[in-house]
Ligand binder design. Structure first.
Ligand code: NDP
Ligand code: 2IT
Length: 449
């Protein structure tokens, strides 16, 4: 097993996030391989860690000034054993092949857990939408799709949003796809409602994170009512995580962006959340403006010299990291426990470092890893694909009920898989094992391809 991890490192030494994601899964599924010797003979780990296809391409575009710019585009088609490749696009200056591969790898297991027929993929670019005009973003998206279109399709590979890709970007990408292919089809999810989007898709990831948290709480006969929650990020996932926590009677006291965070001891109520949504989604402003508007809140800028994030150092019972990978390190995990946190439900993908994950598991807190807890987003993307195929649009309550049911089922699947391998209460083991077994069995059924 160690050899697999070593092989991924020696092949692609600079892909740190990918090594991290592979190592965690490989460690979790060791007992599965011990019980099923044919998996080793079939080299399932070697196969599942190698993408079926990687596409990298040049994305030239013109800034408003007339200056030509060049970014790099990626699409990693990781695994199609159980359905078409499915997963988001990330536009962020930090994007590189290792980050997209880690996200695509996580997506394979996540999508498997949703109960829907979706393989795993991920893509994106090192393009930074921050500070760009709508026209610049449009020209970038059009150039990106002018290459991506030949690799995707409603039955082949269906991208969606992720960091830096929301309804605006999906609109520009879809428009260009439709023009090139002369075809109106469900090739992207996260579309706007009046041209093929699904109700509840914008809310789905955040709502799912909280439904999963509620499921975990229920195992201890508790609810989220009256619980104080630390939420990071202030984008799509953070906003709807906050909204659902309010619906269930909890209180959110923090939100952040890459420049800093706000702490509002009184709690972010619905009016304040509406302000954040307008600030972030329409004005594309910064979170410090929250503290200008609401003086009871304290804004703390990110100090790059600190080896911990002060956001995770406030009294609370729950934490929902909804910004980015590795945002909770060992010190942060210890601070969370010290402050009373006993539930972590991950909205972001891989937000906790391996050391932080070990601390959560060793202390037997309720820890829901991203590939289980944030699967609601891609699950409703799967429902959007189903509605597009039928040319139907389901009512809000119907989609929300299905989302709730799917999060319930993912939770149960994780609990059962962990228990059957003697690791009761370990959602990391449960999610990795259950996600893995389904995909691997499908791969074996389909022969050596
Ligand atoms: P958004 O772009 O809407 O928001 C991202 C938020 O995270 C922003 O507040 C952003 O701050 C902050 N952030 C991004 N990068 C960093 C960084 N390097 N350091 C600190 N803060 C950062 O993205 P989403 O809300 O869609 O995604 C958030 C997380 O959830 C990601 O990990 C994503 O992979 C995951 N996810 C998203 C799903 C979805 O459906 N959208 C589904 C499942 C998981 P700033 O504005 O300053 O950049
Ligand atoms: O990480 C994720 O699951 C997403 N960004 C959503 C993917 C999707 O296809 O909806």
């Amino acid at each position: 097993m160690d050899a697999i991890v070593e092989m991924t490192k020696s092949r692609d030494p600079e892909q740190y996030e990918f090594h991290q994601a592979v190592k965690e899964v490989v460690e979790s599924v060791k007992p599965v391989l011990d019980r099923n010797p044919e998996y080793r003979q079939q080299a399932v780990l070697e196969r599942i860690t190698e993408p079926e296809r990687v596409v990298m391409f040049r994305v030239p575009w013109m800034a408003d000034s007339g200056q030509v710019k060049v970014n790099r585009g990626f699409r990693v088609e990781m695994n199609s054993a159980i359905g078409p490749y499915k997963g988001g696009l990330r536009f962020h200056p930090s994007v590189n092949l290792g980050i997209i591969k880690f996200l695509a790898f996580e997506q394979v297991f996540k999508n498997s857990l949703t109960t829907l027929a979706m393989g795993g993929g991920k893509g994106g670019s090192d393009f930074d939408p921050k500070g760009k005009s709508d026209n610049e973003v449009m020209r970038f998206c059009q150039s990106f799709m002018a290459e991506l279109f030949r690799h995707i399709g409603a039955n082949t590979d269906v991208p969606a949003g992720d960091i830096g890709v929301g309804a605006r970007e999906i609109g520009y990408l879809f428009g260009m796809y439709k023009k090139i292919k002369n075809e109106f089809t469900g090739v992207l999810t996260g579309k706007s409602l009046n041209w093929g989007g699904s109700l509840i898709r914008p809310e789905a990831t955040g709502y799912g994170v909280v439904y999963f948290a509620a499921e975990m709480m229920q195992t201890r006969d508790e609810t989220l009512e009256g619980k104080t929650c630390l939420v990071s990020g202030s984008g799509n996932v953070a906003q709807f995580t906050t909204q659902k926590i309010l619906d269930l009677g909890g209180k959110v006291v923090t939100l952040s962006d890459s420049a800093g965070y706000i702490y509002d001891e009184k709690g972010i109520d619905r009016d304040k959340l509406a302000f954040v949504m307008e600030l972030k989604n329409l004005r594309r402003g910064r979170i410090y403006e929250y503290a200008d508007k609401y003086p009871e809140a304290v804004y703390t800028p990110v100090d790059p010299n600190l080896d911990y994030n002060p956001l995770w150092n406030h009294p609370a019972q729950c934490a929902m990291p909804c910004a980015t990978q590795n945002e909770i390190n060992e010190k942060d995990a210890n601070n969370l426990l010290k402050n009373g946190v006993y539930l972590v439900s991950e909205g972001a993908n891989m937000p906790s470092t391996p050391e932080a994950v070990d601390i959560f598991i060793d202390n037997t807190i309720l820890y829901g890893p991203g590939k289980a807890a944030n699967a609601g987003g891609v699950a409703v993307s799967g429902l959007e694909m189903a509605q597009n195929s039928m040319r139907l649009s389901w009512p809000r309550d119907e989609v929300d009920d299905r989302l709730k049911q799917i999060m319930h089922s993912i939770h149960k699947t994780c609990v059962d898989a962990a228990t059957s391998y003697g690791q009761s209460g370990n959602y990391v083991a449960g999610a990795n094992i259950a996600g893995f077994v389904k995909v691997v069995n499908a791969m074996l059924d389909q022969g050596l391809v």
